[in-house]
Design a protein around this ligand. Sequence first.
Ligand code: NAD
Length: 329
Amino acid sequence: MPTNKNILVTGGAGFIGSNLIEALLQNNNTVTCLDNFSTGYRKNIDRFFDNPHFSLIEGDIRDLDTCRQAVEGKDLVYHEAALGSVPRSIENPVLSTHVNILGFVNMLTAAKDAKIPRFIYASSSSTYGDATYSPKVEDKKGFPLSPYAVTKHVNDMFARNFTALFGIETIGLCYFNVFGPYQDPNGAYAAVIPKFINLLLEHKQPTIYGDGKQSRDFTFVKNVVNANLLAGDAQLIENKHEHINVACNESIDLTSLTNEIIQSLAKYDPAIASIQPAYADARKGDIRDSMASIEKAKRILGYSPKIFVKEGVEKTTEWFFQQFSEKAK
Ligand SMILES: NC(=O)c1ccc[n+]([C@@H]2O[C@H](COP(=O)([O-])OP(=O)(O)OC[C@H]3O[C@@H](n4cnc5c(N)ncnc54)[C@H](O)[C@@H]3O)[C@@H](O)[C@H]2O)c1
């Protein structure tokens, strides 16, 4: 894993980016965060400002000059900045396209012009689209079901293209439903786990869209951070562009997941045990079932998941409960 390197993390004030920065700083790297705080928060990175090896550039990846400034002198780039959320991209495809495609190409161009040897970026399980087989393997994609999925699919094509044309090494880490501390629980586009935890802590009923039998390979963020660290200096023997699933190869349906969350929170607040989820119509653009093969991650990165969904939910509810209690003081 990278040590004593000069590293740029875009989207570092977000959920995954801030967890990644924490691990990179622990490994004695110097880290610059580039973020425009559109969906990320200063509170996610407050704890790094005391570290002289951390710095922030507040800026937008849609601006090529900002990207060029951010990559200057760096050994490695982790590109996490994007607008997440399938529903957000359906409501505003233009904005998601600007940030996720133009911003991506800006970052990739800045990195290759600055002769950064390796560019690691956040890809997404949404790129499997309408493929129905399971578990998903990297070279068998379906047709994307949302503008968000299209943007992530286009990222993969640009990365492969830039590797072929310019020789920059690119690794797309294809995340499957990541969850954990520092994930945003608020707003219309919040992910299911932090959103449900926050609702339950307020004794409100969470709503599952669909019949609750849709399943996901929920991946605790520490596994994702670990995959990123491994990708930082893995030997790319087979290809200079790789697209690699990062998940647990374990899926759980949404009703069971919600029950896990309820039981886990009930340890802190017994009244939560009696809350049952409501059900509403399924949302457009959502994949029905999603589970990853992680054979490629094992082979190329030496990755294996360390924390599975049950333990991850326990760690996550504990963190959110602490945040909730501190706010209530
Ligand atoms: N969370 C998941 O389950 C998941 C799954 C698959 C892929 N991903 C991808 O992983 C990456 C990180 O996701 P996350 O869950 O941490 O999301 P997040 O919203 O918490 O983090 C994204 C960060 O990017 C920043 N950002 C957005 N637009 C920007 C811009 N124009 N310029 C500069 N910064 C900008 C935001 O302010 C935020 O801090 C994203 O690329 C996302 O698409 C996430």
